[in-house]
Design a protein around this ligand. Structure first.
Ligand SMILES: [Zn+2]
Length: 334
């Protein structure tokens, strides 16, 4: 999407179609209208009953809620969305989405709490809810030319001070037990990236993931890691040996996948510093979303995330996270 002068898209005025200043200028009523239109884009902001889907309702002006004429259900603009039972003003949530959509490598909860002047715990849950809203259709299959690659995360082991006390980190028993492999599959055209978390990058895992997520007849590009040897029997598979070359003469490369890991690694090291294994999949998916939307203007990304927040439904993991969801947290962590 470079323009004629060869200027990079992200430096062009087209990439900046929206500013945080616009959110701060909104009144509470205008913020309400903006959220309403983002939540129900197909009816141009006309409220749709969150229970039965009917369009006929009464407007309860003082409560800023609707009551459905069919099922008598009372609902607000945030009912059944990730912002259900919200405590902060709507403009704060819109500002959070704006901050979140403007960053290239994600935003840490600490930074969000400083920007919005809210508690760290509030920002932590808010960022996680936004991250959760980015999870797309898991059933969608990739096709055409698909790049597959894996990388390890959460595998850091603090070096022991004295050389003679240090252990051989190549041995499994000396590695960090929280080490996880992020496996990425990127369709070269169409900006579709899928990510998966596995304990290790091995033949069994990669084959199962490829059969589940890549259509038959597609061409897979992978590096020379032995985990991908098994793919040759099921797909047209092209390999590139990174020790010798990064891009083969016939386009054998995994540059899209490498680009994805470059972003996720920088997100981890530069922003979040710690990514819990429990939600590593959501962080990995966030990096995939940012890769896939890298040529969209920030206004388009803001609208897209706001609409996703409206459609996602109440967060199972993060609604009441600090209040009483501790048991669920522990169950998920087990
Ligand atoms: Zn209804």
């Amino acid at each position: 999407m470079n323009n004629n002068k060869g200027q990079h898209f992200l430096l062009s005025a087209k990439a900046r179609s929206f500013s945080l200043l616009e959110i701060f200028r909104l009144s509470q009523d205008e913020a309400f209208d903006l959220f309403r239109k983002a939540r129900w884009p197909e009816t141009n902001g006309e409220a749709v009953c969150s229970d039965c889907g009917a369009l006929d309702h009464y407007w309860l002006k003082t409560r800023k809620q609707w009551r459905c004429k069919s099922c008598k259900h009372t609902f607000s603009v945030t009912s059944s969305t990730i912002f259900a039972n919200h405590k902060l003003p709507l403009t704060t949530y819109l500002a959070a989405i704006a901050l979140y959509s403007n960053t290239a490598k994600g935003i840490s909860a600490l930074q969000m709490s400083r920007d919005l002047d809210c508690q760290y715990k509030t920002a932590f849950v808010l960022c996680h809810k936004l991250r959760e809203s980015l999870i797309g259709n898991k059933d969608q299959k990739l096709e055409g030319e698909v790049e597959v690659d894996g990388a390890y995360f959460c595998n850091h082991v603090r070096p022991i001070n004295r050389l003679e006390d240090r252990k051989d980190l190549r041995l499994v028993q000396n590695q960090n037990p929280k080490k996880r492999a992020v496996i990425v599959m990127r369709q070269r055209d169409g900006n579709v990236t899928k990510t998966f978390i596995a304990k290790s990058e091995n033949q069994k895992t990669t084959l199962a993931l490829a059969l589940d997520n890549i259509k038959k007849g597609s061409t897979i590009f992978a590096d020379d890691h032995p985990a991908y040897n098994v793919l040759h029997a099921h797909f047209n598979t092209q390999r590139v040996n990174h020790k010798a070359i990064y891009c083969g003469v016939n386009g054998e490369n995994t540059n899209f996948a490498e680009s994805y890991f470059s972003r996720l690694r920088r997100m981890h090291l530069g922003q979040h510093h710690k990514m819990s294994n429990l939600y590593l999949g959501n962080y990995a998916n966030e990096a995939a979303y940012r890769e896939d939307t890298r040529r969209m203007s920030n206004g388009e990304i803001f609208n897209d995330i706001t609409t996703r927040c409206g459609r996602k439904g109440v967060s199972r993991d993060f609604c009441g996270y600090w209040q009483g969801n501790k048991k669920l947290r522990e169950e998920l962590a087990a």
